[in-house]
Design a protein around this ligand. Structure first.
Ligand SMILES: Cc1cc2nc3c(=O)[nH]c(=O)nc-3n(C[C@H](O)[C@H](O)[C@H](O)COP(=O)(O)OP(=O)(O)OC[C@H]3O[C@@H](n4cnc5c(N)ncnc54)[C@H](O)[C@@H]3O)c2cc1C
Length: 433
């Protein structure tokens, strides 16, 4: 956190350069892990982002790009944080080519605003992260956000076909374009998806978009226990179905969204005949344990599943990534291991993607013991655990990414090449990048 003298000097220099309007010292909404920057800068043009980064890099001031601050807690606390660079005023939809099914937007456009605009052509960008209405396109890409729909629609990397970024030296780099088939050049989009603001500032992006489904239907399937749920989900994923999502909830998670026991939430999309045919297949497998949710319950359940990763009551939240076939071995062990340490664990799993989201509640010391067990258990099955949020008491004791292998050297090399002086989001990523 900057000292007051340093903050005053920095604000004066930035106001002299960019105008008083663009620089604010009201930083409360931009705090990360208790640390606030000296000021917030809100550029109106892409070129101003370049000027700001070149200006800051020369002075060794650290800059963190910020969209709507919805997912700033993800990642390690910054090693230095002088300027919050807000993209909120770069919020134009540049081009929507409905016939080509592509859209180009500035990074500050929210996913909600974009999908409202696309809905006029019955199209959407089918990503469903928490706080989908408020998430900006820049944050969506940088934090590689997604939700239950990733099963059927893919993730940011699958939909992003062009990107414009500003690098730490102020230069503007572009890759891809507005054409879906585009193989020329270095795939900057894949590099920036999940870069957490450490490589450059995303200022514009082009996505391929999809038609909205004609109708949707959500089924709830009650299961006997966590093992039964994990195995049944795999069976359904193998069946002749094309679900929008298949989410497995343990008993604690199910109770939190109003269900009486653990189970599977499965969504279908398409025309009525397709939905009827798939529903018949599901009922054949599950019998009376499957039921169709009414519109209200379906909307509530879908919303709850989307928002699950950010529910505030948890002591910590984690993402476990495994082969889908390994989940049936791990899921039944999670709840008993937590209970044995006096902890409460709510678990929601993207069954087809092998990603389980865990919310743990309880004593921090016991949580630390559970984390040690979890990392070993998941690694033994060839997977990874990433902690999205940790209590302040565990900062420094738990590395959010917990990752040290040869790939880290490669990542450090890319960071050095694109941001040699460490201007952008220093210390936020894996291995202190
Ligand atoms: C540093 C790191 C390295 C990893 N390496 C592997 C691996 O070699 N094999 C594997 O199966 N899983 C790996 N994982 C786990 C992986 O990122 C995912 O959790 C998992 O594979 C699901 O992928 P995802 O793209 O759905 O990521 P998500 O669960 O959606 O998100 C994981 C987040 O971590 C980011 N990330 C950070 N570093 C990396 C990295 N080096 N490679 C990919 N993503 C990274 C992602 O971009 C993303 O933002 C790694 C995770 C981290 C944090």
């Amino acid at each position: 956190m900057p000292t007051s003298d340093h903050a005053r000097e920095l604000i004066a220099a930035l106001r002299a350069r960019f105008g008083a309007d663009a620089v604010s010292d009201d930083t409360a909404a931009f705090t990360i892990a208790g640390g606030a920057p000296a000021c917030v800068v809100r550029p109106l043009q892409i070129e101003q982002v370049g000027e700001l980064l070149a200006f800051a890099t020369k002075r060794d001031w650290a800059v963190i790009p910020v969209g709507n601050a919805t997912h700033l807690r993800v990642g390690a606390p910054p090693a230095q944080y002088d300027i919050a660079l807000s993209l909120q005023r770069l919020a134009r939809i540049v081009a929507h080519e409905a016939a080509d099914m592509t859209v180009t937007v500035e990074a500050g456009v929210t996913l909600g605003a974009l999908n409202t605009a696309l809905a006029q052509a019955r199209q959407w960008l089918p990503l469903d992260p928490p706080l989908a209405e408020q998430v900006t396109i820049g944050g969506l890409i940088a934090a590689d956000l997604n939700g239950p729909l990733r099963l059927s629609q893919g993730k940011v990397r699958d939909l992003l076909i062009g990107i414009t970024v500003v690098l730490a030296d102020g230069s503007i780099a572009k890759a891809g374009g507005r054409v879906v088939k585009n193989v020329a050049g270095y795939d900057l989009g894949k590099l920036f998806a999940g870069s957490f603001g450490t490589l450059g500032v995303i200022v514009e992006a082009t996505f391929k978009i999809r038609p909205c489904p004609e109708q949707t239907r959500v089924l709830w399937i009650t299961t006997y226990d966590d093992q039964d749920a994990a195995e049944l989900a795999l069976t359904l994923l193998d069946a002749k179905l094309a679900p929008l999502f298949v989410e497995v909830l343990n008993t604690t998670a199910a109770a939190a969204c109003g269900q009486t026991s653990g189970g599977i939430a499965l969504a279908l999309g398409g025309i009525a005949e397709e939905l009827d045919a798939q529903q018949t297949v599901i009922v054949d497998y599950c019998g009376r344990s499957a039921r169709v949710c009414d519109d209200r319950e379906a909307a509530q359940l879908t919303h709850w599943l989307r928002e699950f990763p950010r529910q505030a009551a948890a002591t910590l939240t984690a993402r476990i990534s495994l082969l889908p076939t390994e989940l049936a071995g791990l899921l039944p062990r999670l709840t008993p291991e937590a209970v044995a340490r006096g902890l409460e664990a709510a678990v929601v799993t993207h069954a087809g993607n092998g990603v389980a989201r865990l919310h743990l509640r309880g004593d921090e010391g016991q949580a630390l013991l559970f984390i040690e067990w979890l990392r070993i258990a998941v690694r033994a099955r060839g997977g990874w655990v990433v902690f999205d949020s940790l209590p302040v008491g565990l900062h420094g004791q738990v590395e959010p990414f917990g990752y040290r292998t040869a790939a880290l050297t490669l990542m450090e090399g890319i960071k050095r090449q694109l941001d040699p002086r460490g201007t952008l989001s220093p210390g936020r990523f894996v291995g202190g990048i």
